[in-house]
Structures are given as structure tokens and as C-alpha cells.
Design a protein around this ligand. Structure first.
Ligand SMILES: [Cu+2]
Length: 197
């Protein structure tokens, strides 16, 4: 259980470390008319380091514009303009970016896109932690506890003199399971310390 939760923790932290995702604008339809880009963008999670990939026919192009130009469909003052059928735009910073097709009438018909770019989470200490929870401590501890219970049995034997073998076995079992618990808990702490450090 302890190991499982540590590994779950590590894997959850490791997932955001994956490199930038390419978001193909409009999916298989691409950057085209009759695509609801607001709806498409709502299904995507944009993070710094990701890319927008525009695939489009010769009647279209891509302008990055201000929010007000996006709203008014004005193509007269683009921040960037791209042509050529395939454009990759890197999402370099958090905040909103706005795009439209400057071909007459297309933006007004809905060929416009706004994306909100979130910060990338940076899990730097992850590489060092997976080595810490390896379990060399577990096999060494139960043998140490094997001897004390046997020596303990003579004083406690008045209770059950007929079965001296059962009580050491039970004691050993009890001890070793608590030891496993202690080892498990300490490994979780070691894991957490590793994550914090
Ligand atoms: Cu167009």
C-alpha cells in the first residue's frame, strides 16, 4: 500500500513533465470554415510550451490579432500573419492569444480562435525520488526480531505452558507485520522528504 501510494504520487508528478503538446486547430477539419473553434478550444488544455498547428487550404491564412481586433474581425493590424497551408505557433507565455482568418467574410462567419494559455507545472525534483523507495531495508529487519520473542516466552509461559511454540510464532508474526508498517511509513516519509528536497 505504502509503495503503491508513493509510486502513484511520483507518477502523478511525472505526468506534467511531458514535453509540449501540438494542438491541431479544428482537429481533423483543420483551420477551415464551418468549424466551431470556440467549442474546439474548450476541449483543449493549452500550456506554455505547447504548439498550435494550423492546417488550411489556399483560400485561408492565419492572423494573430489583438483581443479587440478578434472581437471586431479587423485584419488591418495583425500582430503576426501566416500563410502557406501549415503554420505552427508556439505558445510561449501565459495569457490569451487571438487568431482570425483575414480572408473577407471568414472571421465574421466564425473563423476565429481564442486560446487561454496556462503556466506549465515544473516538477524538478522528480528524477531523484524514484531511487529512494527501493526496499533493501525490509528483508534485514524480520531476522533481528526473530530472537527477542523466543527469549520473551519463558516469562510469559505461565499463561499457556502447553503451547510454547505458538506464542513465539504469533509474536514474530505480529512484530514483522508492524515492522513492515514502520518500514512502509518511513519509506513514505523518505519519499516525501525526497520530493521536498
Ligand atoms: Cu478563411
Amino acid at each position: 500500500m505504502a509503495f503503491a501510494s508513493v509510486f502513484l504520487l511520483l507518477s502523478l508528478l511525472a505526468v506534467p513533465a511531458v514535453y509540449g503538446v501540438d494542438h491541431t486547430v479544428g482537429g481533423s477539419s483543420g483551420w477551415d470554415q464551418n468549424v466551431d473553434f470556440t467549442n474546439w478550444a474548450a476541449g483543449e488544455k493549452f500550456v506554455v510550451g505547447d504548439n498550435l498547428v494550423f492546417n488550411y487550404g489556399s483560400s485561408h491564412s492565419v492572423n494573430e490579432v489583438s483581443q479587440s481586433d478578434y472581437t471586431s474581425c479587423s485584419s488591418s493590424n495583425p500582430i503576426n500573419s501566416y500563410t502557406g497551408g501549415k503554420t505552427t505557433v508556439a505558445l510561449k507565455e501565459t495569457g490569451s492569444m487571438y487568431f482570425m482568418c483575414p480572408t473577407f467574410g471568414h472571421c465574421g462567419a466564425g473563423m476565429k480562435l481564442s486560446v487561454t494559455v496556462a503556466a506549465a507545472s515544473t516538477p524538478t525534483p522528480t528524477p531523484s525520488t524514484p531511487t529512494t523507495p527501493s526496499t533493501p531495508a525490509t528483508p534485514s529487519t524480520p531476522p533481528k526480531e526473530d530472537t527477542p520473542p523466543k527469549e520473551d516466552t519463558p516469562p510469559s509461559s505461565p499463561d499457556s505452558p502447553s503451547t510454547p511454540t505458538e506464542s513465539p510464532n504469533g509474536a514474530v508474526g505480529g512484530f514483522s507485520s508492524t515492522n513492515k508498517l514502520v518500514v512502509g511509513v518511513s519509506i513514505v516519509f523518505a519519499g516525501l522528504m525526497g520530493l521536498m528536497g
